[in-house]
Design a protein around this ligand. Structure first.
Ligand code: MRU
Length: 350
């Protein structure tokens, strides 16, 4: 099993996703500041993985705290939360995870220091286990939406590498294959960071799942040729009305899918659903360094005078979304209603 991230006695250990697929290198972050840097630099990435990494970062920060009294420990918690919360703005899982750690901290803050530390480490590890359980539940629900045989297109990486294991969108594909379906995956390369070409193709081929990498601009032609029967992607934040923020280029795929009558499914844990954000309009979109666009393999690809934009995510309006697969069940339009119903459904326990 791929160990995307892991709590160890030395700190939080990550597979370095900037080095894949050619090098399988692991890095151990020993301080919360190092975890924050790993998130910002995308050593760890993908909404659920970012969330659990931040929770482990909080645990690490409190574990190594030498704050003398309860008030200074509270101040230290705030500093840790602020540092980790300032890393990447779009994936709501980051803020959800920090908030959950804050609630745990407040519940135990009056206890002796060793108990506080143990409780926070335990909470972060529990979130890790729950994430895997959620992915497996999503897989069971979502497999029913996959074709019996044919091509399934995915964008970016919403797999084991983007989560604590198994994956959201790729978990749905894994579960469909385990259920006997014959699926060929088309992985958009996902410019500019190439999560599809580098990461999705790496983890799927490692599992022996037939995978074809295509440049992002080939998706429409593949659909028109009848090679794609369904699309399944992950999400970084889902608004209360079902608008979906995901990797830049997702919106294009959704529009193409609708034009070709192909179901467009989104798989995400409930921690990605932000019932406090009414629509996609309010979702903050991270702007990444221009160099990710202008350079490729260390070589400059664009003239110095050209202007550049690099939004890391886009928003797919809910009318393009066929189904939202969560561990609590499948939501369909009208999403304001179906998501509200799922909000009161029981959480999946690990
Ligand atoms: O910038 P990234 O690589 O963190 O973006 C990741 C995505 O957009 C994923 O599709 C999303 O986080 C879902 S991962 C299960």
């Amino acid at each position: 099993m791929i160990k995307t991230l892991e709590w160890t006695s030395d700190g939080v250990r990550f597979i370095d996703q900037t080095k894949l697929p050619t090098e399988e290198v692991y890095v151990t972050c020993r301080t919360y500041q190092e975890v924050a840097t790993a998130i910002r630099d995308m050593i760890v990435r993908g909404a659920p993985a970012i969330g659990v990494a931040a929770a482990m970062g909080v645990a690490l920060g409190i574990l190594h705290s030498s704050a003398k009294d309860e008030a200074s420990l509270h101040n230290e918690f705030d500093r840790i939360a602020e540092t980790l919360g300032a890393t990447r703005p779009t994936a709501v899982n980051l803020f959800w995870a920090i908030q959950r750690m804050r609630e745990k901290f407040e519940a135990v803050a009056h206890q002796p220091r060793p108990q506080i530390k143990a409780a926070l480490v335990h909470e972060a590890q529990q979130m890790y286990r729950e994430d895997i359980a959620a992915n497996q539940a999503m897989g069971r629900h979502g497999a029913t939406l996959m074709p019996g045989s044919g091509g399934v297109l995915t964008h970016c990486n919403a797999g084991a590498l983007a989560t604590c294991g198994y994956g959201t969108a790729l978990g749905v594909i894994r579960a469909a294959i385990d259920a006997g379906k014959t699926i060929h995956v088309y992985a958009d390369e996902t410019r500019p960071f190439l999560q599809g070409a580098r990461l999705t193709a790496w983890e799927l081929t490692k599992d022996g799942i037939p995978t074809t990498v295509i440049a992002d601009n080939m998706a429409g032609a593949m659909m028109r040729q009848g090679k794609i029967q369904a699309v399944v992607v992950g999400a970084d934040r889902i608004a209360a009305n079902g608008d979906v923020a995901n990797k830049i280029g997702t919106y294009t795929v959704a529009v193409l899918a609708k034009e070709h009558g192909i179901p467009f499914c989104v798989a995400a844990p409930w921690s990605t659903v932000d019932m406090n954000t009414p629509s996609g309009e309010q979702i903050p979109i991270e702007q990444r360094p221009h160099k990710e666009v202008t350079h490729h393999g260390g070589k400059q690809m664009t003239p110095d005078a050209a202007l550049v934009e690099n939004p890391a995510f886009d928003v797919t309006p809910n009318q393009y979304v066929t189904a939202i697969i969560t561990e609590r069940g499948i939501a369909r339009a009208p999403y304001a209603e179906s998501l509200r119903e799922l909000a009161s459904a029981a959480a999946v326990s690990a």
